[in-house]
Design a protein around this ligand. Structure first.
Ligand code: KIV
Ligand code: NA
Length: 266
C-alpha cells in the first residue's frame, strides 16, 4: 500500500467517506494506519497523553515529537499534525516558520489549524507556499476561553451564518480539507454543501465527507467524554482488569511461573 496523497484526499469530496482517527504514538499509528485515510496528530494529546487541562499549553516541540512517531509508525495514511496554540495566530510568517518545522522534522504531509475568516490569510500564505492545510471550524477547543466552554456551536442564526462564512473563507484561501466540530447537524450539512473541499465531521453529521474521533475516546479510555463520542470498546475496564490480575498474582507469588523464568541447564 502506497501512502495516500493530499490530492487523493481532495478528490474524495462527495464520494467515499474519508476515515480519520487521531494517533499520538508509533504503535497506535501502526494499528490504525491500514483502516484510515488520514491520521491526525491532534493537540488533544495535551489532555489525552499529558493530562493537561486543555490544549492551550501544548507546545510545538510536543507536536513535532509525536508527529514524527506517527509518521514512523505509518505508511499508508496522510498524516496531519495540529498547529499548537500560539504557534500560528500572530502572523502568516510565524505560522509558516512553525508549520515548515512540523513538515521538515516529522515527515507529515499537512498541518491543521483552528479558525475561520481571521485565519484565511494564513491558510493562503501556507498553502500557496507548499504547505497543505486542513482547517478546523465550529467548536475550536483552542478558543475555549473566548467561547466559554465546549458546547455545540451554531445555535443562533448569527453563529450559523458566521460558521458558514468561516468555512467559505478558509476553503477559498486554499484549505484542502476542513474539520467541522461540535455543530448542529443542519449546519454541518450546510458547510459540507457550501465548500468544494472535503469536510470531516466530529460531533457534526454522517453526511459530512468523512469523520474523525479521538482514538482514546472511541476506545473507551475515559469515563466522561463529549456526547458525540461513540465508544467502540471499553479499554479502561480491560486495562484495570489486567492490572488487577497481575497484582493478585504478584502478591500470591504465582507470577512469574515456570514459563516466565530461566532455569539453569543440567
Ligand atoms: O486535537 C484533536 O484531536 C482534534 C480533533 C478532535 C479534530 O483537533
Ligand atoms: Na486539535
Amino acid at each position: 500500500m502506497k501512502r495516500m496523497t493530499v490530492p487523493q484526499i481532495q478528490a474524495r469530496k462527495g464520494k467515499d467517506p474519508i476515515v480519520m482517527l487521531t494517533a499520538y504514538t508509533a504503535r497506535m499509528a501502526q494499528l490504525l494506519d491500514r483502516h484510515c485515510d488520514m491520521l491526525l496528530v491532534g493537540d488533544s494529546l495535551g489532555q489525552v497523553i499529558y493530562g493537561l487541562p486543555s490544549t492551550l499549553p501544548v507546545t510545538l516541540e510536543m507536536m513535532i515529537a509525536h508527529g514524527a512517531a506517527v509518521v514512523r509508525g505509518s505508511y499508508h495514511s496522510v498524516v496531519v499534525v495540529d498547529m499548537p496554540f500560539g504557534s500560528y495566530e500572530a502572523s502568516p510568517e510565524d505560522a509558516f516558520r512553525a508549520a515548515s518545522r512540523v513538515l521538515a522534522e516529522t515527515g507529515a504531509a499537512a498541518v491543521k489549524l483552528e479558525g475561520g475568516e481571521a485565519m484565511a490569510p494564513t491558510v493562503d500564505f501556507l498553502s500557496s507556499r507548499g504547505i497543505p492545510v486542513v482547517g478546523h471550524i465550529g467548536l475550536t477547543p483552542q478558543a475555549v476561553n473566548a467561547l466559554g466552554g465546549y458546547g455545540a456551536r451554531g445555535r443562533t442564526n448569527a453563529e450559523h451564518a458566521k460558521i458558514i462564512a468561516d468555512a467559505r473563507a478558509i476553503a477559498d484561501a486554499g484549505a484542502f480539507s476542513m474539520v467541522v466540530e461540535g455543530v448542529l447537524e443542519p449546519l454541518a450539512q450546510a458547510v459540507t454543501a457550501e465548500v468544494s473541499c472535503p469536510v470531516i465531521g466530529i460531533g457534526a453529521s454522517a453526511k459530512c465527507d468523512g469523520q474523525v474521533l479521538v482514538i482514546d475516546d472511541m476506545l473507551g479510555m475515559f469515563e466522561r467524554t463529549a456526547r458525540f463520542v461513540k465508544r467502540y470498546d471499553d479499554l479502561a475496564t480491560r486495562i484495570e482488569d489486567a492490572a488487577t490480575r497481575y497484582s493478585e498474582e504478584v502478591r500470591a507469588r504465582t507470577f512469574p511461573g515456570v514459563e516466565q523464568t530461566y532455569q539453569p541447564k543440567d
